[in-house]
Design a protein around this ligand. Structure first.
Ligand SMILES: Cc1ncc(COP(=O)(O)O)c(C=O)c1O
Length: 368
């Protein structure tokens, strides 16, 4: 297996815990365990009694039942719990692909969606989102990317890093395309339920047929990244079994305290999402105001969901800009080069409560 460094993670490793203002995170504001437990009457008491033995490899039934409520048609036995979405991506790619398979991956995007597929032996074709089209994907382009050995489409909507939310018509067309050609559709839905307008929420892919695998996590919409609880949901028994069997070589089962806390979180997911979307919307107002005042310096396609956007710096070099900003002002932005983007974009995180202070520091740094 040959995996190159995960650029974004290496960048964060350098700055995340030394920098005061993280203005580029992808997750929503988190909370202490006590606040989560306070969401239910007896939860604190029950948490003390959590048994610290091994847990069920597929995830506890109680947790899978709660996760199942995200979906219309999914049963607990169609959900496989993992250590974060990251483990699920890793396991899926190695379970699903063989050397010389071909996959089509939504790009730019979260690096492991491409890189782990490559490490599993696949040829990867980027399906390019274009800023000039509001970061949408072109279905004609998808047709041209098809090869005889294409096995899967990897889609991420709501999208990291642009906040793009696919239209219902396009989403259904991608599913139809995959079904007609017997392709798997791996649907990274870790930002689902963070749509600014709930009417725009797309159906979960796993509810649309056994060609699809939905990926979820507690980290993003629900703001609980420290739980490290992710999952896949699918009606595809073959891929489920293969993933379950591979997981015996990685984590075997999840952390018992995290499973308990994730169960509480998923039972209260509407409240958690509402709190976090509230923070994001307040932050968007601050950013809208900043970008109006600095329209000669920044442009963007405003996100429609999720906790980030991908603005463009209109003057200067974005890598130098980000480097000086973090060193002089203690504000972290993520240059687009972490996504192999060469068009001067940077990732802007919208999920943290201290965004206005971070923007204040950013403004002090900007040329007047
Ligand atoms: C699109 C996408 N998928 C998967 C993940 C992995 O999530 P986690 O770190 O919670 O495992 C991330 C994290 O940033 C992401 O943005």
């Amino acid at each position: 297996m040959n995996l190159p460094p995960f650029k974004l993670e290496r960048y964060f490793a350098k700055y995340e815990f030394q920098t005061e203002y993280l203005l580029c995170t992808s997750d929503s504001e988190s909370m202490p365990i006590a606040d989560l437990l306070a969401m239910e009457k007896d939860a604190a008491e029950k948490f003390q009694q959590v048994w610290l033995g091994y847990t069920e490899s597929q995830g506890s039934l109680a947790l899978r039942r709660e996760i199942g409520k995200l979906y219309e048609t999914i049963q607990p036995e169609e959900i496989l719990v993992h250590a974060g979405a990251e483990e699920a991506i890793f396991i899926f790619m190695f379970a699903a692909f063989n050397e010389y398979d071909h996959v089509i991956v939504h790009s730019p995007g979260y690096q492991s969606l491409t890189e782990v597929a490559r490490a599993a032996g696949c040829d990867v074709s980027p399906w390019q989102a274009r800023e000039e089209n509001g970061w949408s994907l072109d279905l004609d382009e998808l047709r041209h990317l098809m090869r005889t050995n294409t096995k899967a489409i990897i889609l991420n909507t709501p999208h990291n890093p642009t906040g793009y939310l696919m239209s219902r018509a396009d989403y259904e067309a991608v599913h139809k395309f995959a079904q007609e050609r017997q392709l798997m559709l791996f649907s990274d839905e870790v930002y689902r339920e963070s749509e600014y307008d709930p009417a725009t929420r797309l159906p979960a892919a796993c509810d649309l047929g056994d060609h699809a695998i939905s990926l979820g996590v507690t980290s993003k919409t629900y703001g609980l990244a420290g739980l490290r609880i992710g999952w896949i949901a699918t009606k595809n028994k073959k891929i489920y079994e293969k993933m379950a069997s591979l997981k015996d070589y990685t984590t075997i089962c999840s952390s018992a305290p995290s499973e308990f806390l994730a169960e509480v979180a998923m039972r209260n997911r509407a409240k958690l999402a509402e709190r976090n979307i509230g923070i994001i919307k307040n932050n968007l107002a601050v950013i809208d105001d900043l970008f109006v005042r600095y329209s000669d310096l920044f442009s963007w396609v405003r996100p429609q969901a999720g906790s980030m956007g991908f603005p463009r710096l209109l003057k200067g070099n974005v890598e130098e800009f980000c480097d000086k900003l973090v060193k002089k002002a203690g504000v972290l932005l993520l240059p687009g080069s972490m996504y192999d983007d060469s068009r001067n974009h940077f990732r802007l995180g919208l999920g943290r409560k201290n965004l206005s202070q971070a923007v204040g520091k950013l403004e002090e740094f900007l040329p007047k």
